[in-house]
Design a protein around this ligand. Structure first.
Ligand code: ADP
Ligand code: MG
Ligand code: MG
Length: 927
């Protein structure tokens, strides 16, 4: 009884689904053979054999393997009617590697194995074509020499070049049979010189050497490096299979050809065979670019019969695999063979189109149509990209802070950006060391933002993302000189007015204009995302602060605003002075006076948001950042004050001078000039300015905090400055009442940030209730609203049950919650130790990018469960940056959240990810 493992599988017998055992190429060769496609006879040696061989210290083939190979070779001889090593009618084979994942760096294919001086003569007799025979032989000697014996290509190339030169041949095809015979002789010598042994002539010996060489290539440096770089674990691909395939020849004359094709166009998704072929050529010639291949449309003219057969092959492949296929074919004297197939790699536009079309054709279900597209890949269709056909060298690299690419002239401050961008209609890119709230008007006027400092949560990054503008942050290779309006990068520089291009998707910065490709939100993407919404349980809302943001988010399919930040509204250039007045106010009356001026502005903001989003909910977060953020910098104030004081002294000096004119016997005209000077700078005005600035400086100092992010912010502000929150609540409720009056359906949600005790929430609820009663009385009708809290501190998670007594909804702010859970400040962590933590495996991911499911996620789960135990219909969502990331969205689905909220342009990604989460966690039918 034979009990040895089966290592070798004929194409008729191998399990086409078992890519791990047979490799992708081998499994598909089996599958294609078994569904009746014309594949040249052959067999696969399993990856298990490869692993055993590599484990064996002496690198001996596993016992029984060679016998099984011989048995399969005899079967091949029977199927083809040829003999391996038979000089009268020789069988030739190719030896091809192939693992579960396609992997450049694996061993190259050896063609025409089985040739030696005797079988060569057989080929020549059988084909009556010496040129063909010698050509096949010289290819074999070189491939075998290089791939199996490690003889470098250069040694062959040198000889080949010499022969071409002697024959005055420009191309390989210009060489005669005699030239090629000469080539073979020289090549045999090259191998003998390099290895110290004559070229192996026994076909079985050739085969064994080739098999071992394929196995060895799995542990070769090229392949190991590749697997490391692309994180290919043994789980995904372990060992390579070896495919031994009967040779078919596309180079047997003008009725022969070889080509590669996609069943659909991989660039556009168009449902039309796409590919190239070469008449009278062997496989590798198409890829090698030795001759220019022709588009497959030509085949209809040159070989109409075969074009039909190829169409048929295409249909069979697609109906079987139900996926776009990328396949290789060869035509030998009018006979079509398929040599390989695999799932086609396409860009996202093509993926989306083929998904929708294949569903309509009944090839795949809606679920499959959705699952074949990686949510993250949609980014390609949502943001402008650099034209992929243009090759350009970047001059600096920063962080990819907000995706998309843009070109424009460099400007170095917000006012110039506004002047040139808005004023003169030029495309500008705002270049700063870092940006501040007071630069906001520059953002509006710019195509994109570039900073030389700061991370992915710097002001520039956050604001640009919110606006959907490209941003590269922290490009440290650039040094910005605002005064000279220029920036230095390495040895070059650019000035205001010079065109630069930035790519916020890669973080690269270029000098000059590089063409960009506009995003295309195609009708197919619309359809696909419509299906996604049908399948998903999570709703997708957007973070949006302005009506423009909100409109865009709606276009992307957001069904509400999950986070509207009111601080952005405070930062508007026209409002900032009022906001400052409110902060600096010494008395409650003075503060109220400033707030009374802010109220109508805020009310209008909210009214506009409600109107744009109607009938969807709009969640407004009450003021969150520490208020000193709205005040100028302490050092700037100090400098200004010392300048004002100097001016005051000068002004007083001029007054003294004017009084002293009588002593000077000065002329009338000089007297007049001094008098004018005295009027020009009025000391009392200067004193007044000094007083204001001093008050402000005092306030800045009083508000100073060592740790502002853990300090006087969020609901703590609402406790100490209740009038600010009251104004905001009033603005929300009045805006809602006014909308309702004019027939606009509104669903306002009031959200309180940074809450850690239910008492805080109750206090704010008191304001809300009293203002609500007042507004209802005035408008004659109560407005409906929801009241809820952010969950972003650890205590809020721990007290979720009691918070749920007051809150109708929870909204996780996972950026703060992550900082709070790790006790990491994000900026410091990302700039200092996190990269090391990630590299050395102390932490697997950056928790600010990828939600830390094990820690932060566990807190979230507790909060959800405890909250719902008290209030079963508690509405729960996430509004942090994580809300737009597929892996985090999957977690949110599992944790039972109702919605995710993310920046507008990420909404489509989140919609698809939400559908994936639902589909992947659904119990499989019949399981
Ligand atoms: P790769 O993984 O680099 O595509 P392949 O094993 O597919 O390597 O082979 C390289 C080229 O040789 C391809 O063009 C293929 O079609 C061709 N080829 C491989 N085996 C044969 C064969 N038995 N007959 C004819 N051409 C072949
Ligand atoms: Mg290749
Ligand atoms: Mg191939």
């Amino acid at each position: 009884m034979d009990t040895t493992t089966q290592y070798v599988f004929a194409f008729e017998d191998g399990d086409g689904k078992d890519k791990k055992l047979l490799g992708g190429k081998g499994a598909n060769l089996c599958e294609m053979t078994q569904i009746g496609l014309n594949v040249p006879p052959g067999f696969v040696i399993s990856t298990a054999a490869c692993l055993e061989y590599l484990d064996e210290p002496k690198r001996a083939l596993p016992p029984g393997l060679i016998e099984q190979v011989h048995e399969q070779m005899r079967a091949l001889e029977q199927k083809t009617g040829k003999g391996f090593g038979d000089p009268d009618n020789p069988l030739l084979v190719s030896v091809r590697s192939g693992s579960a994942m396609s992997m450049p760096g694996m061993m190259d294919t050896i063609l025409n194995l089985g040739l030696n001086s005797a079988t060569l003569q057989g080929v020549i007799r059988a084909t009556d074509d010496p040129r063909f025979g010698y050509d096949a032989y010289r290819r074999f000697i070189q491939l075998f020499g290089k791939v199996a014996l490690g003889v470098p290509d250069e040694a062959f190339d040198k000889e080949f070049a010499a022969i071409k030169e002697a024959a005055h041949a420009k191309q390989d095809v210009d060489l005669s049979a005699t030239d090629l015979r000469e080539t073979c002789e020289r090549f045999l010598k090259v191998v003998e010189d390099a290895t110290g042994h004559p070229f192996p002539t026994d076909p079985y010996q050739q085969l064994e050497i080739a098999i071992k060489a394929v196995f060895n290539s799995w542990s070769g440096k090229r392949a190991v490096d590749y697997r490391k770089q692309f994180n290919i674990t043994p789980d995904m691909a372990n060992g390579t299979a070896v495919n031994v395939v009967t040779m078919v020849f596309g180079n047997r004359g003008d009725d022969s050809a070889t080509g590669v094709a996609f069943t659909r166009n991989p660039a556009t998704g168009e449902n039309k065979l796409y590919g190239e072929y070469l008449v009278n050529a062997q496989g590798e010639d198409v890829v090698a670019g030795i001759r220019t291949p022709k588009p497959l449309d030509r085949l209809k003219v040159e070989m109409p019969d075969l074009a039909d057969q190829l169409d048929e092959l295409r249909d069979k492949l697609e109906t079987h695999y139900r996926e776009v296929q990328d396949f290789e074919f060869t035509i030998e004297q009018g006979q079509l063979y398929c040599l390989q197939t695999r799932n086609g790699k396409m860009n996202t536009v093509a993926m989306v189109r083929t998904s929708v079309e294949m569903e309509r054709e009944g090839l795949i279900t809606k679920e499959q149509a959705l699952l074949r597209i990686a949510p993250e890949s949609l980014e390609q269709m949502l943001f402008p990209r650099l034209d992929p056909n243009i090759k350009a060298e970047s001059v600096a690299q920063g962080l990819p802070a907000s995706p998309g690419a843009a070109s424009g002239i460099a400007v170095f401050d917000a006012d110039r950006a506004e002047h040139l961008g808005k004023g003169q209609g030029l495309k500008v890119i705002l270049v700063r060391e870092e940006t501040k709230p007071e630069d906001i008007h520059g953002f509006f006027a710019s195509e994109a933002i570039l900073t030389s400092r700061g991370g992915k949560t710097s002001h520039a990054a956050v604001v640009a993302r919110g606006m959907g503008k490209p941003c590269v942050a922290g490009a440290e290779g650039i040094s910005v000189d605002v005064d000279r309006r220029e920036a230095r990068v390495g040895l070059t520089s650019f000035k205001e007015g010079d065109v630069i291009t930035i790519d916020g998707t890669s973080g690269k910065v270029y000098l000059g204009a590089i063409p960009t490709v506009e995003p295309d939100f195609t009708p197919e993407l619309h359809t696909l995302l419509g299906w996604a919404d049908e399948m998903s349980k999570l709703k997708v809302l957007a973070n949006a602060d302005t009506p423009d943001d909100a409109r865009r988010a709606r276009r992307y399919g957001a069904v509400g605003i999950g986070l509207a930040r009111t601080e952005r509204m405070f930062n508007d250039v026209e409002r900032l002075p009022i906001v400052i007045e409110m902060i600096v106010a010494e008395t409650p009356e003075a503060r109220q006076e400033a707030l009374d001026r802010l109220l109508p502005l805020q009310r209008q903001d909210f009214h506009d948001l409600f109107e744009v989003m109607s009938p969807h909910p709009v969640t407004i977060r009450l003021l969150d950042p520490p208020i000193h953020e709205f005040l100028p910098d302490e050092h700037v104030l100090e400098r200004e004050l010392s300048e004002l004081r100097a001016l005051a002294q000068s002004a007083r000096g001029v007054t003294v001078l004017a009084g002293a004119m009588g002593l000077l016997h000065a002329s009338e005209s000089l007297r007049r000039e001094v008098e004018t000077a005295r009027h020009m700078v009025d000391p009392t005005v200067v004193e007044e300015a000094i007083a204001k600035k001093e008050a402000m400086l005092k306030k800045v100092r009083a508000l100073y905090e060592t740790n502002p992010m853990l300090g006087h912010r969020g609901v703590r502000l609402g406790m100490t400055f209740p009038e600010i929150y009251r104004m905001q609540v009033r603005a929300i409720l009045e805006a809602a009442a006014e909308c309702a009056k004019s027939g606009i359906e509104v669903h306002p949600q009031i959200k309180v940030p940074q809450v850690c005790t239910v008492q805080e929430l109750r206090k704010v609820k008191e304001y809300v209730d009293s203002i609500h009663a007042e507004v209802a009385a005035r408008y004659g009708k109560p407005v409906r609203f929801q009241f809820g809290t952010m969950i972003e501190v650890v205590r809020a998670c721990m007290r979720a049950d009691s918070l749920a007594e007051e809150a109708e909804f929870f909204s996780f702010g996972t950026n703060d919650l992550t900082q709070a859970t790790f006790s990491f400040s994000r900026e410091d962590a990302e700039n200092k130790f996190l990269p090391l933590y990630n590299q050395s495996g102390l932490l697997q991911d950056n928790p600010f990018d990828v939600l830390d499911v094990k820690g932060v996620g566990k807190l979230m789960q507790l909060a959800v469960d405890w909250g719902r135990a008290v209030k079963p219909d508690l509405h729960v969502g996430i509004c942090g940056e994580h809300g737009g990331h597929p892996a985090s969205i999957a977690f949110c689905h599992q944790a039972g959240l109702d919605y995710v909220s993310c920046s507008g342009p990420r909404v489509p990604i989140a919609r698809l990810a939400a559908a994936h989460a639902a589909l992947k966690s659904a119990p499989t039918p019949n399981a």
